[in-house]
Design a protein around this ligand. Structure first.
Ligand code: S3P
Length: 162
């Protein structure tokens, strides 16, 4: 099996769906934000504050380089900006979890919003969401309608991996 790469806006369910996929397939889940945070011994928010977004994007690029060479049969849940700044297709089969902005807002708790440096102002975040839609679609092999129950999303992704 090729790696399954999940892309999409913040709060689109990449990590949650990735965990379900990992359970069904017996593969490991790699959450790129968690990996980068652990490797740098600080949260993503601190990395943005201490070193800036550009530095964070370099860390993401470094992850992609490594994953292309060294990761197989895994589920990779990416950070929401990874496909915007870097090419993700070579890591595996790319699924874009396409979801309404209203659904994202309903789903994310205050704590989850606070941990996301690019989600501090709703209007600005909505602009970012709109700007990114085409890029997500272009970066994906398959677009998945993510405004539906998790089980359905998971099954749909699995269908494409057979
Ligand atoms: C970002 C999304 C975040 C995280 C960082 C930047 C973005 O990941 O990588 O805060 O540019 O959309 P999630 O999509 O997991 O929230």
């Amino acid at each position: 099996m090729k790696n399954i790469v999940l892309i999409g806006f913040m709060g689109s369910g990449k990590t949650t769906i990735g965990a379900h996929l990992a359970k069904y397939t017996g593969s490991y889940l790699i959450d790129t934000d968690m990996l980068i945070a652990t490797q740098n011994s600080q949260s993503i928010k601190s990395i943005f504050e201490n070193y800036g977004e550009e530095y964070f994007r370099k860390l993401e690029a470094h992850f992609i380089e490594w994953a292309q060479k060294s990761i197989q049969n895994a589920i990779i849940a990416t950070g929401g900006g990874m496909p915007i700044y870097n090419q993700v297709k070579n890591m595996g089969k790319v699924f874009y979890l396409k979801i309404d902005f209203e659904a994202i807002q309903k789903r994310l708790t205050q704590a989850e919003l606070a941990s996301r440096p690019l989600f501090s102002n709703v209007q600005k975040t909505y602009e970012l969401y709109k700007c990114r839609q085409d890029l997500y679609a272009q970066s994906a092999d398959i677009v998945i309608e993510a405004n539906q129950p998790i089980d359905k999303i998971v099954l749909e992704i699995l269908k494409h991996t057979l």
